[in-house]
Design a protein around this ligand. Structure first.
Ligand code: FE2
Length: 326
């Protein structure tokens, strides 16, 4: 069985093709990069509308398959930016209807976990999912994927991008913040915003800007923001692992490429006799292969959607998904 998946929740439009053994036959992406400022949802959607058909063609060529070889068409149903979601959902519906193949809408957050389960040795991990739009700690418990902790305001990557813009590092600031942080050493006081099992990031950004106005260096600000926010993520992840007695932690999302975050989580895992898993970079960031794989296992487990079931859901909750494939 072969599945084609289309991802388009935010700035990335991606098309992936997988088989039922979990082999990734193709995984192509194209990212919308605003000239100035942050992501404008309508402009990102226009980008996806222009690029989605060429990406589908490119993916099938790369996989060496014809359109008729596709058994199921999958797409990111949410959560995400409305115009982006609607664009890729329209593309997926058109493809499924033309090919007369089934269609499966996939929860984007769960797909980060499922691709990690098939492409790493993790079997039943706690997922630390840290990206631009999302920050969640997710695990499977009592028949469902449950959120054990999450951001109360903005995704950690979104905060990094805003901070990067404010201090002049430009858009997609994560790697630039990581580089600057290596040169920093002074731990500036920032709010450590863990509330119960949830986290908040926007106040940290405000406090960091306050330090900047007082003349603190960009390097020390980046260092302090990383140390504080990554400690928060690590703490919440550890508490989830302890609470549900899991000894595997999986990382997902763009922000987990950060080596300092990986170092902190792997040390926490080692201290508790657990293991950390990080999928390949191309599968960690938003991509079509994770959507294709999750849609494929959902389809094999009997998930059957009609076109009217494929309405997008900007606030699609991880714990709203009925899990029939585990
Ligand atoms: Fe994501």
């Amino acid at each position: 069985m072969i599945a084609l998946g289309i991802e388009g929740t935010a700035h990335t439009c991606g098309v992936g093709i997988v088989d039922d053994k979990g082999n990734v036959l193709a995984n192509v992406i194209d990212m919308y990069r605003p000239a100035t400022g942050g992501i404008h949802p309508r402009e990102a959607a226009n980008h996806h509308a222009e690029i989605v058909v060429p990406l589908v063609t490119q993916a099938t060529e790369k996989a060496g398959i014809g359109f008729r070889d596709i058994d199921v068409v999958c797409f990111s149903q949410g959560p995400g930016l409305g115009p982006c979601l609607r664009t890729v959902a329209t593309g997926a519906r058109a493809l499924a209807l033309t090919l007369k193949k089934p269609i499966v809408g996939v929860n984007h957050c769960i797909s980060h976990l499922e691709i990690g389960r098939i492409k790493t040795e993790a079997q039943d991990p706690v997922l630390l999912y840290a990206s631009g739009g999302n920050t969640q700690v997710i695990a499977f418990a009592n028949g469902k994927y449950r959120i054990f902790g999450e951001t109360l305001d903005i995704g950690i990557g979104n905060m990094f991008d805003k901070l990067g813009r404010e201090i002049g590092l430009g858009y997609y600031a994560g790697p630039k913040i990581e580089k600057a942080a290596k040169e920093g050493s002074k731990l500036l006081e920032l709010p450590y915003s863990v509330k119960g099992m949830d986290m908040a990031f926007s106040g940290i950004m405000t406090a960091a800007m306050h330090h900047r106005s007082k003349g603190e260096s960009i390097e020390d600000i980046c260092f302090s923001v990383q140390e504080t926010t990554f400690a928060m993520l690590t703490e919440v992840t550890e508490r989830a692992m302890a609470h549900i007695e899991k000894d595997e932690v999986l990382l997902g999302g763009g922000v987990v490429q950060n080596k300092r975050l990986q170092e902190m989580v792997s040390r926490m895992a080692a201290d508790r006799g657990a293991k950390m898993f990080v999928p390949d970079r191309t599968l960690c960031m938003d991509n079509g292969a994770m959507i294709a794989w999750t849609g494929l296992i959902m389809h094999k487990a009997g998930v059957n959607m009609s076109i009217k079931d494929t309405m997008i859901d900007q606030r699609f909750r991880t714990d709203d998904v009925i899990v029939t494939w585990r």
